[in-house]
Structure formats: structure tokens, C-alpha cells
Design a protein. Structure first.
Length: 199
């Protein structure tokens, strides 16, 4: 399996068309029949989930320990095999619905229990936030976290051995009144505050 980046989309399009033509010629696909993206990805030998692909490689190389990983705010439709594979590797998933039901304090406890005393990297996808809180993303999904929940969680993570962070998925063309940019900047600022020397 391989992952095709956005830069390779013309190559992907050409491969997809050639694969579809071949499937029609061989009789595997009837002209005019709908083909799902997942089917096409499998025919092309592509990863359906770049994150799964990356996690697999990073874990195999010993660069990350999935048993110390936690994903918070997941809520988009996800195939059962992908969920099972992720959890089976040792990753903890706390859905957005669970955050809403359990509250920030329970999430903070889960984070601390999961990452322990080891070095920790924080990757924050802005689309974890509800689109009402961060519309400037290419992958909005209703039912997300609210900024107050994220702030409440981040505020209580002092003492974790953070070694780096990123904020991703911000799409300025879709932003409204720069509230997504403000949310992203606030998350980055809070992270910096957590890593600042405490006197």
C-alpha cells in the first residue's frame, strides 16, 4: 500500500482512469456502474487511511509507541476495521460524544494515564473543534469539541514532558471572522505556556 500526496493527484487521476478502463475491459466493472472510493483505492493499491499507514510505519520503526497514543474528539464515520485496527494497536480513542458526556476532567485523567512520564508530542487537528467554533477547515464535522473544552483540557496538562506540537487542518479560505485562526493560535499559545519554565 502507498499513500499519494496532494502533489501527486494528476498521477493518481491517470492511474485511476487506467485502472477503471482495465476493470471495464476485464469485465470486473460494468460501464456506468458506480465505484466507491474505497474500492478504487484498493484496486490502485492505495492506503484508505493515511494516518493508519503512517502509524504503522512509525510503530514498525520504533519511533512511536501506539500504547502511549490517545485520540480525542473523533466523530466522523469510520469503518469498523479501521477502528478495530487502531484500538488493537494500543491507541486509546475518546470520541467527541464521550468528551461531551464525561467532561474535561475525565479526559485529562485519561491523557495523563496514557502518556505517563514519557516524552510526548501533541498534534492538534483544528477539525476536532465543532464547525461553529472553527469553520476554517477542509473537513468540518458537526458535534465536535468546543473551544472551552479544549482550553479546560490543555490548562491541566502541566507536568507532561512535551517535546513538540503542531496545529493542522486550518484552511483560511473557509474561515469566518478569523475565529479558526484564533482557536489555532490559542491552542499553540497554551502549549507554549505548558512548556515554559515555571518559577
Amino acid at each position: 500500500m502507498q499513500y499519494i500526496s496532494r502533489l501527486d493527484r494528476p498521477l493518481l487521476r491517470d492511474r485511476a482512469l487506467a485502472t477503471i478502463r482495465q476493470a471495464i475491459v476485464s469485465g470486473d466493472l460494468v460501464p456506468g456502474e458506480a465505484i466507491r472510493d474505497l474500492d478504487l483505492a484498493e484496486r490502485l493499491g492505495l492506503s484508505r487511511t493515511p494516518v493508519r499507514e503512517a502509524l504503522s510505519h512509525l510503530a514498525e520503526e520504533g519511533l512511536v509507541d501506539p500504547h502511549r497514543m490517545i485520540q480525542i474528539g473523533i466523530r466522523s464515520p469510520l469503518a469498523r476495521d479501521i477502528w478495530d485496527w487502531t484500538v488493537g494497536k494500543g491507541v486509546t480513542i475518546i470520541t467527541a460524544q464521550e468528551v461531551h458526556a464525561r467532561g474535561p476532567e475525565a479526559v485529562i485523567e485519561a491523557i495523563r494515564a496514557k502518556v505517563g512520564q514519557g516524552k510526548t508530542y501533541l498534534s492538534f487537528d483544528i477539525d476536532a473543534l465543532d464547525p461553529s467554533q472553527a469553520p476554517g477547515t477542509g473537513t468540518p464535522e458537526v458535534g465536535g469539541l468546543w473551544t472551552w473544552q479544549v482550553k479546560a483540557i490543555l490548562d491541566k496538562l502541566a507536568g507532561i514532558d512535551f517535546v513538540g506540537m503542531d496545529v493542522v487542518e486550518v484552511a483560511p479560505p473557509y474561515d469566518v471572522a478569523e475565529i479558526t485562526a484564533l482557536a489555532a493560535a490559542t491552542v499553540a499559545w497554551q502549549y507554549l505556556s505548558l512548556t515554559a519554565p515555571q518559577d
